[in-house]
Design a protein around this ligand. Structure first.
Ligand code: PLP
Length: 457
């Protein structure tokens, strides 16, 4: 094959800044509100949970925020991450399209999440914080923060959603190997957890509830802060290193994507690959290439395609500020499906805002078609994707087959957000024909949406 398969950037080319899309938006997103006063939250309201540097990033409108050198030093363990041309997948599909993927599974924890875990841990350590609490669903975020905490000498406690704690002992083992403490949520260590356990001792837990437990501990302990793995502005900004690297790698390849695709749970890896490209378009004011930007979400938890754009809580116990986002309602519990990282009731306010501005498209797919796409990808390219990433693979294959039907040779880029080596039980279930497509309960969705907090316009 004459054209390269891998585009590898030199370490010296690793970006020195994060990109902040707030600087280029045509209109600003709605501010987060204090749930009591319904007034915009100020830095002081967030100070119990986050160190000031991260709060300032959350509200910053600077286009470029420097990446601290100690953070870049850690990033060199796996960054820049490779951009691949999927020659063998193109052949398997018989498509005239060119398919590229940016691979974030090369990080120590196996996904894009250390891109924000490392700076979050560093800023906390710089502020003199000794302990961090967080939640984890599938275990990817918990292991990323455990890894980052180990680097900077922080005690990390992870509330892992009960059902995942029971089903995924190896993710827990990884967190403990990095030195973190992992508790099943609901737990008896918080009021939020105890209240749920009193009603149902066998409660399977949820991401919203695990967030409540972690936030409660941080809010009631002076030496402890909280870290969130997605959704917030600063988390999305930390992920923009992905898209900035991809731009440089496309220069090496002499190509430019027509369609960019990412899977969306809370929206962070999608933002990471797409925001630098969207920013270029916004600054170009129609004079630069207009690309299609496609978010792919699970049909069983479809916040962007079925949710309401409204103010809602980020957690179940209603301890967080109200944020305006596409939401299924904070009490919505999605049916069991095998992409734990995509089981959140809301979507990042910035991604939701871009959807409202028609700057991005959204689609939803069922889990069996996503696993079929992941298996096809593994047999062609070798990498076994995380179940979450299978949604992006599915989205890319749909676009490649559209190009085939239309006889078009477009350039497709998708983010392969992580590998699936800790998720092989779900691949076993898929191979054994035991995975079914789960529909969410329409009545439960209607109830959860009816319970949205009322906020005067
Ligand atoms: C957590 C996770 C996701 C979903 O989170 P986003 O914030 O939407 O990126 C996607 N893929 C992998 C591999 C994950 O671990």
């Amino acid at each position: 094959m004459s054209t390269p398969t891998k585009f590898v950037l030199d370490e010296s080319k690793m970006p020195r800044h994060w990109y902040n899309i707030a600087a280029d938006l045509p209109t600003p997103p709605a501010p987060p509100l204090h749930p009591g006063t319904l007034q915009p939250v100020g830095p002081d309201d967030l100070a119990p949970l986050f160190p000031m540097e991260l709060i300032l990033q959350e509200v910053s409108s600077e286009r470029e925020v420097p990446i601290p050198e100690p953070v870049r030093e850690v990033f060199r363990l796996w960054r820049p991450s490779p951009l691949y041309r999927a020659h063998r997948l193109e052949k398997a599909l018989g498509t005239p399209a060119k398919i590229y993927y940016k691979y974030e599974g090369v990080s120590p924890a196996g996904s894009h999440k250390p891109n924000t875990a490392v700076p979050q841990a560093w800023y906390n350590a710089q502020a003199g914080i000794r302990k961090l609490t967080t939640e984890t669903g599938a275990g990817q975020w918990g292991s990323s923060l455990a890894f980052a905490g180990a680097l900077f000498g922080l005690d990390v406690t992870v509330y892992q959603v009960r059902i995942s704690y029971d089903q995924k002992p190896y993710r827990r083992a990884l967190m403990e190997t990095y030195g973190a403490r992992c508790l099943p949520s609901p737990s008896d260590t918080t009021n939020s957890g105890r209240a749920v356990l009193a009603k149902d001792p066998n409660h399977p837990g949820s991401l919203g509830l695990a967030i409540s437990e972690a936030v409660e501990i941080a809010a009631t302990h002076d030496d402890t802060k909280y870290a969130l793995g997605s959704v917030l502005n600063h988390v999305l900004m930390h992920q923009t290193i992905i898209g900035q690297e991809a731009m440089l790698q496309f220069e090496m390849a002499g190509d430019d994507p027509d369609v960019i695709i990412g899977c969306t749970g809370g929206g962070s890896n999608f933002a990471g690959i797409t925001f630098p490209f969207i920013g270029q378009q916004l600054r170009g004011k129609g004079k630069t290439k207009q690309r299609r930007i496609v978010a792919v979400e699970p049909a069983a938890c479809p916040s962007l395609t079925r949710g309401k754009f409204a103010y809602d809580f980020g957690d179940t116990s209603h301890l967080t500020p109200l944020v305006k986002m596409h939401t299924l309602g904070s009490t919505f519990t999605p049916p069991g499906f095998h992409a734990g990282g995509l089981r959140y009731h809301g979507m990042a306010p910035l991604v939701s805002h871009l959807a409202e501005l028609d700057l991005i498209e959204a689609t939803a797919y069922q889990q069996t078609e996503c696993f079929a796409a992941g298996v096809l990808f593994a047999r062609a390219e070798g990498i076994v994707p995380a179940p979450e990433a299978n949604h992006a693979v599915k989205g890319a294959i749909v676009e490649a087959l559209r190009c085939k039907a239309e006889g078009k040779s477009q350039v497709i880029l998708f983010n392969l957000s992580g590998h699936g080596h800790f998720d092989m039980a779900s691949y076993m279930a898929y191979s054994a024909g035991k995975l079914t497509d789960q529909a969410y309960d329409e009545r439960e969705l209607a109830m959860a949406l009816a319970g949205l907090p009322s906020v005067p316009a």
